[in-house]
Design a protein around this ligand. Structure first.
Ligand code: GLN
Length: 555
């Protein structure tokens, strides 16, 4: 399909950020997919950083890695979880990338001495990138979410580009969705519409009318307010969508479908009418609502950015999905966010009573000793442990220190001079000094060892396995093969390697119900209705552990 057959839905936000615009966009995608539309989603981040790969998670949340190895905005994680389509490098770009391309071209002399300006050069480059995402994904409808809020200076060039693109492709091939907050005033118990009105008006001043208005509020939104919004914002009443805060984000596509939003989109974009198939999705949502909360599992995620749960959003979503899929009726799960520095200072009492521990990815040495202590605690108490990337490296260090007795064992990332670098820098990486995009990133194949827990996990999930899997990576350091034999002889099973056997991808403790670490990030491939095999098996081990009496009491 050529790019001009792709239709575009521009999603913008009004009044404040953190409105759940990413989830709304993802949910619109799921609605369209449920109606048989080939859909993809693009996120535009209007900041100067080239990508979030080098940004502090407190600034930005999780860095989501695509199959083709791009370090992208965490909203892409929502998109993939909702629409269950693999996104690509072109599915996320930033102001920084737009300027980087233009400046490189200018230095090469591409502009033949002309002045390079916001319009047309910046806007053309934005349009080129939007069309590249359409082309690459072959989407029938491409949802384009613009980060930030209308009125913010950093979004202006993008709005101008949307307007121009609309004129280029034809009006019925684009539509605009605006997600806006209705503030609530406690004194009068009122939801206020004026800020949303101003935001829609501001958008119109860029030449962009609003076709769907999603009204966000923490409270239920009365019909009278929706009618008022329709009149004052010049949006059809059936296109004003009440979206009060929900406990379960996966409910949003079902809500959007049930209020008849498909009709609005179908008419505007002139899409062929198709039946909706959200049945299985809706069943998944119902199953979540029916969980018996009193027997929730408790899983600890031990990291250093735990104050911002978004920093590990794919991990916590994978844990929840795996719990929901435990037969027969699913299990609820509570996440205990544990700061690894607290464990480091005060010991593993922070883990008392949990049914399983996840040590997710991370960089730098702060808090890493706490993660190692968590791994010791899991190994000694036979508590299920899942290590993701850094969590796999931590498992290896812990094992080398306490089972092999090399108490100086470490990763070269944390102690460059360690006598026993069981985790070290790959030779090919040793001369790399720039930080952005220089790690092992994206899909790599892995061969599983027969008889391993990992093999059993993948086999159980798919019914069978050839032992060949593909998973996403984001790391610089590797398991050091100089220690492979020694560690294996002491009981650290090498459960997965690259097909050429050069890089160790999965390790596990042989004598343990479930203590597995993967050098890759399985959380990126987990789906709410299809949990990743390693997470499923980990949670299964946690459930098993709760079946007899727990070994330690709840804290
Ligand atoms: N810091 C480690 C490395 O670069 C682990 C990275 C991660 O957990 N994503 O190898």
């Amino acid at each position: 399909m050529s790019q001009h057959q792709t239709k575009y839905v521009f999603v913008t936000g009004g009044v404040v950020s953190s409105l759940g615009k990413g989830v709304t966009t993802a949910a619109l995608g799921r609605l369209l997919k449920g109606r048989g539309v080939k859909v993809s989603i693009l996120k535009i981040d209007p900041y100067i950083n080239v990508d979030p790969g080098t940004m502090n998670p407190y600034e930005h949340g999780e860095v989501f890695v695509t199959a083709d190895g791009a370090e992208t905005d965490q909203d892409l994680g929502h998109y993939e979880r909702f629409i269950d389509e693999e996104l690509v490098r072109e599915s996320n770009f930033t102001t920084g990338q737009v300027y980087q391309t233009l400046i490189e071209r200018e230095r090469k002399g591409d502009f033949l001495g002309k002045t390079v300006e916001e319009v047309p050069h910046v806007t053309d480059e934005i349009i080129r990138r939007i069309e590249a995402a359409a082309e690459k994904t072959k989407a029938e409808v491409l949802l384009v979410e613009l980060g930030s809020t209308i009125g913010d200076i950093k979004g202006m060039a993008f709005l101008e580009a949307f307007r121009q693109l609309r004129n280029q492709v034809g009006r019925h091939k684009t539509m605009s969705v605006h997600v806006s907050l209705l503030p609530h005033l406690g004194t009068t118990e009122e939801l206020k519409t004026r800020p949303a009105q101003y935001s829609v008006k501001e958008l119109r001043s860029y030449g962009l009318p609003t076709h769907i208005l999603v009204a966000r509020a923490d409270k239920p939104i009365p019909d009278a307010i929706l009618e008022k919004l329709a009149v004052t914002c010049d949006v059809r009443r059936e296109a004003v969508v009440p979206m009060s805060t929900t406990k379960n984000v996966y409910d949003v596509p079902v809500r959007l479908e049930s209020i008849g939003l498909w009709k609005v989109i179908k008419e505007r974009l002139e899409l062929p009418d198709r039946d909706s198939d959200l049945r299985d999705w809706a069943k998944m949502v119902d199953k979540t609502e029916e969980l018996k909360r009193e027997d929730d599992l408790e899983i600890a995620i031990v990291g250093k950015y735990v104050e911002l749960n978004d920093a590990y959003i794919s991990v916590s979503e994978a844990v929840k999905a795996a719990a929901l899929q435990q037969s027969p009726a699913g299990r609820g799960v509570k996440i205990r966010w544990v700061n690894s520095e607290d464990v480091e200072k005060e010991g593993p009492r922070h883990l008392d009573g949990v049914d399983g521990v996840v040590v997710p990815g991370g960089f730098g040495d702060r808090g890493v000793e706490g993660k190692i202590m968590a791994a010791t605690w899991c190994r000694e108490n036979k508590v299920p442990y899942l290590g993701l990337c850094l969590g796999m490296q931590v498992l290896t260090i812990e094992f080398a220190r306490h089972v092999l007795g090399d108490d100086t064992a470490n990763s070269a990332e944390f102690d460059l001079k360690t006598k026993h670098p069981v985790i070290h820098l790959m030779e090919s990486q040793q001369s790399v000094y720039t930080k952005g995009g220089t790690m092992r990133l994206g899909n790599c194949p892995c061969k599983l060892a027969e008889g391993s827990l990992a093999w059993a996990a993948y086999e159980e999930a798919a019914g069978e396995t050839t032992g060949e899997i593909v998973e996403r990576h984001r790391h610089r350091y590797e398991f050091n093969n100089d220690y492979r034999e020694q560690l294996a002889a002491a009981g650290l099973r090498i459960a997965g390697t690259t097909p050429d056997d050069v890089l160790v991808e999965i390790v596990e403790i042989a004598d343990h119900p479930f203590m597995v670490g993967s050098q890759f990030h399985p959380e990126f491939k987990s789906r709410p209705d299809r949990a990743h095999p390693l997470f499923s098996r980990f949670i299964k081990a946690a459930v098993k552990r709760t079946a007899p009496a727990k070994q330690t009491k709840k804290a």
